[in-house]
Design a protein around this ligand. Structure first.
Ligand code: B3K
Ligand code: ZN
Length: 874
């Protein structure tokens, strides 16, 4: 396939001034008429042709200024329409008529149907599946959209912008017209048609304008959209307060659909959401679901300024909108909830998803330099590491200059299709700080390693910290330049106070070392006693740290650090170390040493009422099996890691049984509230329940908790523990059956039932997944269903998926090949579960390689899947 390169950017030859679209909706043959006003860009040769993108379109007619174009004057290929002999100067009108088939569109890109609702997804390159157009983000036009449909086929007709008017059209049909005054790229176009229920509210902006807010869901599910509406209003307010950004249309609409390839889409004024991120009530949604809804509603809303008003020049700049908007939604959630707990969750996710991506064959820079299929670059690196890079800019500049830089960005680039260079220039201009070296974070892939050593000179009362950076080669980048790494730090004295003096030897200030050379030593003088170094506080830089730090020093940080995230990090590092050595011993079939010291810290944290419950829950949650595998790095045996983690949990559980048993019953009673405080209490109770049930070794208590649960958070936790710990108990069978029967009509709740079983540890879960896949009601065509079962199994069940005989890999290969024929994006995404296959021990590695080869040899692969396979196989 064709390779696109960042350096090849060139503006279009023609400028699109405006576009009027008319749709006549029909499931099998929707007619689309596009009238575009264009002009030739200054300086472009008079014989240059207009080359528009298209994909699976039937061309019905083509006119220039109202006259049919002679067939000799244009050419059609499967992916383009080329029109020659166009006016040399002045505006002209091109009318393109096409027919498309929403009901047979299984890719979920372009215009398709989901449970009888017409909806669109155009990012990144879906608009070309609707009509011929310059389907690229730097072509901004003003859109007017008229939708005509049979009333019994689509009662409700929506598009971007403000409502112009509508009414009866001809027999049995009606129409609606929408006008979006803000020039936008085609990827932000949206259309929805169908019969949906709605909840309504309003928001008064800071300048006093009233905005109508509407959320559309399937009839009967209206009450489950209330939390999303609440999150939307809080997001609108927050963006005004924190960034001075106001909403800019008379109406903001959200539509929930059940077939969607990702979380949601920020179309101007008309967001389309995966219903999983809109619908919630206590009976069917967990606290984590509520938190995700809040974050994604906010994320899509924040795109209105970071993405829509200022968009990307080309898809290489994707992180310009995504990294920045993730950063904005992270800080929003931190403000709405507990900031340290939110940060801990972010670090966990970053390390679980982005670090492995950056360490394997799919590694790419935050701003990629080339791609074959852009859909494969909506990654943890572009999103999560992209957000970390913005966060580092704030750390380097400080809050005030960061805000000045953002203000300048909004002022200077409103209405533009911009680049990372434009973005960085705003921070340089606002602060006077040179960000040239820092900019490498956008172009160099891989997670830097910072090796830290300290030296205490008792006689001289000096303490020095030596930092050394390195960055391993990644695909296509064998040599790396030195990065600017901002590392927040603290020196904690024996009495717990912090040493305040400033170091010499390099740039440091506001508690941050700026590591800019390969190796730097920062010297502190006049330090009264040997301090303990707390480094990369708050995870100020997305790097790996290598440091020999004693357990006593880690415990000192855990006890005294002023930063909650650093306290958690110290305990987590301690636990990781114990787990890694346990995994090594378990692999050699040797007896595991006691982890009494770790157990003591964990139990003390669990019982410490001065700490917030959500923080205690995070601390009690040991590094996952994948975390341990990542820290070990290579020659991975997932079974040994599992056995080690089980053994460590068991020892902690026995040592703290009394504490855990009491906490397991401490979930708040009374009416359910999804707020952070109650959710934190439930998280602590749920984590304690895991330990208590291990120590008690008896499922009846879990079954009681399952039966008594009046919310999904506690119910799902009890069910999960039954399935994980007591797979063959009668109680487990009963609980699974009762859950299935109770939620038989609720696909989103049943997704949890599938996920819990798919993630049950051990080789047997493979058979369970095959059984569930073959179930009479299992809908393989729905992305949420596939992710809940095949996705959860392959990305979230290390022992099951990595079964030593390779059956898990073969299952994934088979499903990927099958789904690729309908929905390439979903297939490619599921396949990335194999991205770390080269870090497995040799037997599993060979099975995984053969599975990848079998996909490559299946033939007729989509560009999406073949791009992933080719990058994963050396
Ligand atoms: N911008 C969309 C993602 C589109 C993915 C296209 N394959 C959602 C978001 O990040 O807000
Ligand atoms: Zn986004």
């Amino acid at each position: 396939g064709q390779i696109f390169k960042l350096g090849d950017y060139r503006p279009t030859d023609f400028v699109v001034e405006r576009i009027d679209l008319t749709f006549e909706l029909d499931p099998a043959a929707t007619k689309v008429v596009s009238r575009m006003i264009l002009h030739r860009r200054e300086g472009v040769a008079a014989d240059a042709a207009l080359v528009l993108d298209g994909d699976e379109l039937t061309l019905d007619g083509l006119q220039l200024d109202g006259n049919d174009i002679d067939p000799a004057g244009y050419a059609v290929t499967p992916d383009s329409l080329t029109i020659r002999a166009l006016p040399e100067s002045g505006p002209f009108e091109i009318t393109v008529s096409t027919t498309i088939s929403p009901e047979t569109n299984t890719t979920l890109m372009g215009l398709y149907r989901s449970s009888g609702v017409y909806c669109t997804q155009c990012e990144a390159e879906g608009f070309r599946r609707i009509t011929y157009f310059y389907d690229r983000p730097d072509v901004l036009a003003v859109y007017t959209v008229t939708v005509i449909a049979r009333k019994d086929d689509a009662k409700l007709l929506l598009s971007n912008g403000n409502f112009l008017g509508g009414g009866d059209y001809d027999e049995g049909r009606h129409f609606a017209a929408w006008f979006d005054p803000h020039p936008k790229p085609s990827y932000l176009f949206a259309l929805v048609g169908g019969d949906l229920g709605m909840i309504e509210d309003s928001f008064t902006t800071m300048s006093g304008r009233d905005v109508a807010l509407k959320i559309y869901v399937e009839h009967g599910k209206e009450a489950r959209a209330a939390y999303a509406m609440d999150a939307l209003k809080r997001s609108m307010k927050w963006d005004e307060e924190v960034y001075g950004r106001e909403y800019d249309l008379d109406i903001f609409q959200i539509v929930a659909v059940s077939d969607f390839n990702m979380g949601a889409m920020e179309n101007k004024g008309l967001n389309v959401f995966n219903d999983k991120y809109v619908l919630a009530d206590p009976e069917t949604a967990t606290d984590a679901d509520y938190a995700n809804i809040e974050a994604i509603i906010a994320h899509e809303y924040f795109h209105n300024w970071t993405g829509n008003r200022i968009t990307c020049r080309d898809w290489f700049q994707l992180c310009l909108k995504e990294g920045l908007t993730v950063y904005r939604d992270h800080t929003f959630s931190a403000d709405q909830r507990s900031a340290p707990v939110k940060r801990i969750a972010e670090i966990r996710l970053l390390k679980a998803h982005q670090f492995p991506e950056d360490a394997g064959p799919l590694a790419h820079p935050v701003r990629p330099q080339k791609y074959r299929e852009i859909n494969n670059f909506y990654t943890a690196t572009v999103y999560e590491k992209g957000s970390e890079v913005v966060r580092m800019i704030r750390t380097i500049l400080g809050a005030e200059d960061f805000r000045k830089g953002m203000d300048l960005y909004f002022e200077r680039h409103d209405g533009d299709a911009s680049t990372i260079e434009d973005f960085l220039a705003c921070f340089t201009d606002a602060s006077g700080r040179d960000l040239t070296q820092f900019a490498l974070w956008y172009s160099q892939a891989g997670t830097p390693l910072v090796t830290v050593s300290t030296d205490w000179n008792e006689a001289g009362k000096t303490f020095s910290v030596t930092l050394e950076q390195s960055l391993a080669p990644t695909p296509g980048q064998s040599r790396k330049a030195l990065m600017h790494i901002p590392l927040a730090y603290g020196l904690i004295l024996p009495d717990g106070r912090e040493f305040e003096g400033q170091p010499h030897g390099g740039e440091a200030g506001n508690g941050v070392f700026h590591l800019t050379k390969r190796k730097q030593t920062f010297r502190f003088a006049g330090v009264p006693e040997r301090p303990v170094l707390s480094i990369n506080r708050g995870f100020s830089a997305p790097v790996n740290i290598a440091m020999e730090q004693s357990i006593a020093d880690l415990a000192h940080i855990a006890r005294h650090d002023s930063d909650g995230v650093a306290r958690w990090q110290a305990i987590n590092d301690h636990a990781t170390r114990s787990l890694i050595s346990a995994a090594r011993l378990s692999r050699d079939d040797r007896k595991l040493p006691s982890v009494a010291e770790l157990a003591e810290i964990l139990i003390a944290t669990a019982a410490d009422e001065s700490l917030e419950p959500a923080f205690r829950a995070q601390t009690l949650t040991l590094p996952s099996e994948s975390d341990i595998a990542r820290e070990i790095g290579g020659n991975i045996d997932p079974d040994a890691i599992h056995a080690a983690r089980e053994a460590v949990m068991k020892e902690v559980a026995h040592a703290g049984l009394e504490t855990f048993a009491a906490l397991a019953d401490s979930a708040p009673t009374g009416p359910y509230s999804p707020d952070a405080e109650d959710a934190g209490k439930r998280a602590l109770a749920a984590t304690a329940m895991a330990y208590a049930s291990i120590a008690e070794g008896w499922p009846d208590r879990l079954k009681k908790a399952f039966d008594a649960a009046d919310n999904m958070t506690m119910m799902a936790q009890a069910l999960q523990l039954l399935v994980y710990q007591f797979a063959s108990a009668e109680e487990t069978r009963e609980a699974l059956e009762s859950f299935r029967a109770r939620f038989a009509d609720n696909p989103l709740a049943l997704d949890k039932w599938h996920t819990i079983q798919a993630m049950a540890p051990g080789a047997k879960s493979y058979d369970r997944v095959e059984h569930l896949l073959a179930g009479p009601d299992f809908d393989r065509t729905n992305p949420n269903r596939m992710r809940a079962l095949v996705g959860a199994f392959s990305a979230g069940n290390p022992t099951g998926f990595n079964r030593a005989d390779g059956a898990g890999y073969r299952l994934l290969a088979r499903e990927v090949i099958a789904i690729d024929k309908r929905n390439p994006q979903l297939a490619a995404r599921l396949l990335t579960a194999l991205r770390s296959w080269q870090s497995l021990e040799s037997g599993r590695q060979e099975h995984a390689r053969l599975a990848l080869v079998s996909i490559r040899e299946a033939g007729a692969l989509s560009a999406d899947v073949s791009d992933i396979v080719d990058r994963m196989l050396p």
